[in-house]
Design a binder for this molecule. Structure first.
Ligand code: ATP
Ligand code: MG
Length: 557
């Protein structure tokens, strides 16, 4: 301006060399900015994707290593929302906005230096809006964070509705509650909307206010500049250059203030992610793990007591199960049978006493190593989406087809599997929905047998199969049980006849121990349980007969 245009207006010729120099300088800067901008965006995309993936994996890994207790108190949708979307926010913040923020700060600093070097007084005027912006940021920051936190919780509520109803869709439909569930979803969405609206109200006012302030700043600079030019303190060129720089200064200031929202969003997300990451498993790995070469399978429960929260479930359990012994756990529903098994598997730690395997406290054994010795059939069999073969081989993914088939045979699953359209490669659907309850149970028995465990735990393993199938499975199990320490839980007491000893539980205490004959002779708790059941079976049988007679009569008609 001062070297070319103004001299030209004053009648001097245009200095072509200078024009070329300046313009090519500008072009060079633009090209360089393009190249650096491209490199930056590309690098950031790479980095941000990796940070996001990393954070997600780390959080997930930590999560699945937490104890069952943690999951007991959490909701699927909430955890999914945290791992899904909040990691993304943090990642975005760290990778994109944090760097943007850094460039903003550097640019503001450097532009300020240039401004000061051009004209310190003008530069000082430029800073007028700064304290007001800072004050505004201070005002909105907490409001935003609280709003975002609330938004996150409500968003989790939205996902929770989905995580509840999709797996439970049969119940929803059976009880014709579609409308109510839709309304619940709608309500969660509405709350989400309201919270977002509130945040947006604060935010929508904040951003334009910052822009307004910078515009006013520009105006003040104009006024001050013109006044200085009229006093011959600066030239038009200086003011032009100053204005060019100052717009950059304010643009950066504007973008820097926008980061407030993103920071608060990330802060809210971080809080919820770290809630998972900071959680220490209530079933901790031992600090000095004892590595056992191979376990024999002796299980000792010594004064074992257990509480869920403050509710005492089992007390004073003393029991030694010899290697290879088969134990039957019986007792009324809710007497603590599954709980005892949970303790032996170390899904929970005992509240009192200790559990020893081959004389070692299970809390001193590396958890995964220890659990590899246990074949567990859960009361509610759970299958994963995938093929039958994959589900059977879940505990030993490299099992050969022959191993899978022999486990399935042992669990009396082979025949029905072969009847499926794709045999062992048939998909079981989510949670094994494509199979019947009894089929699912047999798959989960096969899964437990495949890993050839020293300790076999069967929690109501055959409750969903008919008596004939159960007998078949029982026969097969009798062979498999041999040599393994086995704990079998069953309500149908007839299935536990083979057990070496029956442990009778009542309200969390052992009330009787002995084999079937001994316990029957004692005429105690077990005796009464058995008789009650036998009577029921009798009535059931009579009922079946009468139904048969009835239908036969119908046919005759
Ligand atoms: P069933 O024969 O019906 O399977 P069970 O003998 O296996 O019964 P447990 O599952 O061991 O019974 O439950 C014992 C008690 O512990 C029950 O009263 C139950 O309500 C309680 N309980 C079980 N799981 C939990 C939990 N996660 N939190 C709190 N209480 C629990
Ligand atoms: Mg149970």
């Amino acid at each position: 301006m001062d070297n070319v245009l103004i001299p030209y207006q004053n009648g001097q010729p245009i200095n072509a060399d200078l024009v070329t120099l300046y313009l090519s300088g500008l072009l060079g800067a633009a090209v360089l900015a393009w190249a650096l901008g491209w490199a930056r965006t590309y690098m950031l995309a790479l980095v941000s994707e990796r940070i996001g993936a990393d954070l997600r994996t780390t959080t997930y890994e930590h999560l699945i290593n937490l104890s069952q207790e943690y999951f007991g108190g959490k909701r699927t949708g909430d955890l999914m929302a945290r791992i899904g979307s909040e990691t993304d926010r943090i990642n975005l913040f760290i990778s994109l906005h944090l760097l943007d923020f850094a460039t903003d700060v550097i640019m503001i600093g450097m532009t300020a230096m240039i401004l000061v070097s051009i004209n310190p007084w003008l530069a000082l005027v430029t800073l007028v809006p700064l304290p007001i912006i800072a004050w505004l940021i201070y005002l909105v920051r907490d409001r935003l964070r609280i709003g975002f936190e609330r938004g996150d919780r409500i968003w989790a509520e939205v996902t929770n509705v989905l995580a509840d109803t999709i797996p439970g869709i049969r119940v929803v439909k059976a009880f014709a509650q579609e409308k109510r569930e839709a309304a619940r979803f709608h309500a969660a969405n509405l709350r989400n909307l309201q919270v977002n609206d509130r945040v947006n109200r604060v935010w929508s006012l904040f951003t334009p206010t910052v822009t307004l302030l910078t515009e006013i700043g520009l105006l003040v600079v104009w006024i001050f500049g013109i006044w200085q030019i009229s006093n011959d303190e600066i030239t038009v060129g200086v003011l032009t250059a100053f204005l060019a720089y100052i717009s950059r200064f304010y643009i950066r200031l504007d973008s820097m203030s926008r980061i407030v929202s993103i920071t608060q969003k990330a802060a809210a997300g971080t809080k919820r992610i770290f809630d998972i990451l900071d959680h220490v498993s209530s079933v901790p790995e031992p600090s000095n793990p004892v590595y056992l070469p191979a376990i024999q399978g002796q299980i000792e429960l010594r004064n074992v007591g257990f509480r869920y929260g403050t509710r005492s479930i089992t007390r004073d359990i003393n029991l030694i199960i010899k290697p290879g012994e088969m134990i039957g756990l019986v007792g009324h529903s809710g007497s603590g049978k599954s709980t005892l098994v949970n303790l032996i598997c170390r899904f929970y730690d005992v509240s009192e006493g200790m559990i020893l395997i081959d004389g070692h406290d299970i809390r001193s054994l590396p958890i995964a190593e220890y659990r590899k010795n246990i074949g567990l059939v859960l009361q509610e069999p759970f299958l994963f989406y995938g093929t039958i073969a994959e589900n059977i081989a879940y505990g030993k993914p490299d099992a050969t087809r022959a191993e899978i088939v022999s486990a399935a045979r042992a669990a009396h699953a082979h025949e029905f599997i072969l009847r499926l359209p794709h045999g062992y490669d048939s998909l079981v659907g989510e949670r094994g929905q494509a199979l019947s309850g009894g089929e699912r149970q047999r798959i989960s028995i096969a899964r437990a047998l495949l890993i050839d465990p020293r300790i076999l735990i069967l929690d109501e393993a055959t409750s969903s199969v008919d008596t004939t199938t159960e007998k078949d499975i029982q026969k097969a199990l009798d062979n498999l049980v041999r040599g393994r320490t086995t704990i079998a839980i069953a309500h149908r007491l007839s299935t536990l006849r083979e057990a070496n000893r029956l442990i009778v539980l009542d309200r969390g205490r052992i009330v009787e121990i002995g084999n079937h004959a001994e316990l029957m002779a004692r005429e105690g708790y077990y005796y009464r349980l058995y008789l009650a059941q036998a009577r029921n079976v009798d009535t059931e049988d009579r009922a079946t007969v009468s139904v048969a007679e009835h239908s036969a009569a119908g046919e005759r008609k």
